[in-house]
Design a protein around this ligand. Structure first.
Ligand code: NAI
Ligand code: MG
Length: 496
């Protein structure tokens, strides 16, 4: 086991876990708190103030005040840029605390929190730190005589941001960085399963010197505070990452004041292996594509399509890979697969294990909960491979969000294209072939926001990310992220 960082212990024991509103750490108006637990052990990590509608209202007012007047409203673009860069440096200085809190609260392996989540967060803020000085308008060659026309690109206002539990820190960064670069102020609602890294992030915002009220953080449940944030008339824009079902509710509930809405939702991404692929690379890639982050990933490659000729070879590689994974407490540095985030998630994923067997898929690896010895205390499930699956099965159509994969055989290009697109989702897709024509033809024809060719999973703050179909609307990353948080104004000047 990794030794618990003394600052993490101090944070857990000492720091009151409250709501950050207008620069103050406040109790919830109701006085209520909720427990957040370690999914590897069931241990209660902390009691956290539980925000509700009244707290959201206070937070929105604080964000409005910071947006309309005060130092943030008048700050130069260069100063905003420097401040976001300084935030990234400050997060980096707290790297080990963030990594350990993320692992304790979410369950993911510490080696992964250290390697991916925390550095990814720092890089993301650094990327957006460069944007404030590059957000500009145009001069427009209008044909109305004597008129001068130009555009201003201005912050949309107060942004409400609701994030999930699978990458708590990184999802906060994905939402916060472009909003702040654009000059917005924010009310952020972390997921109820994983509030701790967001609270530490709030402290770090203060340490970096952000003005009060620019970032407000309200740990809380979705049905109460989350819904109140979506419906609040003082919020100009809502950004949501989570389930497609709640995404639909968000769209409906944001209609009152016609908030701008961006949604990053579920997926059931195809990962397609042709017989002419570099099979060693492909087999490893598709296995990684499902088991990374215990499959709790919106881009998880949860439908592996393999061409018949190489089906058995790839399927048995993925099964072996699953069996070889070291499952355990994420704080153990040799762990590759941690627990699922919550009892609820364990029950949901566990149910799909039964569904798959009932539907007639063949269990090639896993297929069960792990409950012996140390596993008994946590939410562990064996990496599971369903072979001889069909695309029409529920296990192939519904987002499972666990280390469970369907491996589906196919004959040819046309069949796999049809089946890969035969789904309500469209977040990502992978394909493996050495035929460059096939690769580009399929990349263009797949209905997915991201297509990976002979790789699976890389993301970069400069490259757009988001979904086709019911995987969402809008694109994050790059200038697309800035567009989500800005309005364009056309200014007409009579020169006659
Ligand atoms: P969820 O969609 O309920 O939760 C995501 C966030 O939305 C959380 O912060 C939650 O508090 C909030 N929320 C919930 N109901 C809300 C409401 N009515 N109004 C406003 N905010 C609300 O997801 P949940 O229940 O944690 O997981 C269920 C399934 O959703 C997972 O099994 C997975 O399939 C999918 N999911 C997808 C994610 C993604 O990255 N696309 C992330 C998390 C879950
Ligand atoms: Mg939910």
């Amino acid at each position: 086991m990794a030794e618990r960082d003394s600052r993490v212990q101090a944070f857990l024991d000492g720091t009151p876990k409250r709501l950050l509103i207008g620069g103050q750490w406040e109790e919830a108006a109701s006085g209520k708190t909720f427990a957040t637990t370690n999914p590897a052990t069931g241990e209660e990590l902390a009691q956290v103030a539980e925000g509700d509608a009244a707290d959201i209202d206070r937070a929105v007012k604080a964000a409005r005040k910071a947006f309309e007047d005060g130092p943030w409203a008048t700050m130069t673009a260069a100063d905003r840029s420097n401040l976001i860069w300084k935030l990234a440096d400050t997060i980096e200085a707290h790297s080990e605390e963030f990594a350990q809190l993320e692992t304790l609260d979410n369950g993911k392996p510490l080696t992964v929190s250290r390697r991916d989540d925390v550095p990814g967060t720092v890089a993301y803020f650094r990327y957006y730190a460069g944007w404030p000085t590059k957000i500009q308008g145009d001069t427009v060659p209008v044909s109305v005589p004597d008129m001068f026309n130009y555009t201003l690109r201005q912050p949309v206002g107060v942004a409400g941001q609701i994030i999930p539990w699978n990458y708590p820190l990184m999802m906060a960064a994905w939402k916060l960085a472009p909003a702040l670069a654009a000059g917005c102020t924010v009310v952020l609602k972390p997921a109820e399963q994983t509030p701790l890294s967001a609270i530490l992030l709030g402290q770090v915002f203060q340490e970096a010197g952000f003005p009060d009220g620019v970032v407000n953080i309200v740990p809380s449940y979705g049905e109460t505070a989350g819904a109140a944030l979506v419906a609040h008339p003082g919020v100009d824009k809502i950004a949501f990452t989570g389930s497609t079902e709640v995404g639909r509710q968000v769209m409906r509930n944001a209609a009152g004041n016609l908030k701008k809405v961006s949604l990053e939702l579920g997926g059931k991404s195809p990962n397609i292996v042709f017989a002419d692929a570099d099979l060693d690379l492909a087999a490893e890639g598709v296995a990684f594509g499902i088991f990374y982050n215990m499959g709790q990933d919106c881009t998880a490659g949860s439908r592996i399509f393999v061409q018949e000729k190489v089906y058995d070879r790839v399927a048995s590689f993925v099964a072996d890979f699953g069996n070889r994974q070291k499952v355990g407490d994420g704080m153990d540095e040799s762990t590759e697969i941690g627990p699922l985030v919550s009892d609820e998630q364990l029950a949901r994923v566990g149910n799909y294990l039964e569904v798959g067997s009932r539907e007639g898929a063949r269990v090639l690896a896993g297929g069960k909960r792990l409950q012996e010895g140390d596993f008994a205390r946590g939410n562990f499930i064996a990496p599971t491979v369903f072979a001889d699956a069909r695309n029409s099965m529920r296990i192939s159509q519904e987002e499972i969000f666990g280390p469970v994969v369907s491996i589906i055989p196919f004959k040819d290009f046309d069949e796999v294209l049809r089946e890969a697109n035969n789904i309500d989702y469209g977040l990502a897709a992978g394909l493996w072939t050495q035929d460059i024509r096939k690769a580009h033809k399929l990349a263009a024809a797949l209905k997915a926001g991201t297509v990976w060719v002979n790789t699976y999973g890389p993301l970069d703050p400069a490259s757009p990310f988001g979904g086709f179909k019911q995987s969402g609307m809008g694109r994050e990353m790059g200038f697309h992220g800035i567009e989500l948080y800005t309005e364009v104004k056309s200014v007409w000047v009579n020169l006659a």
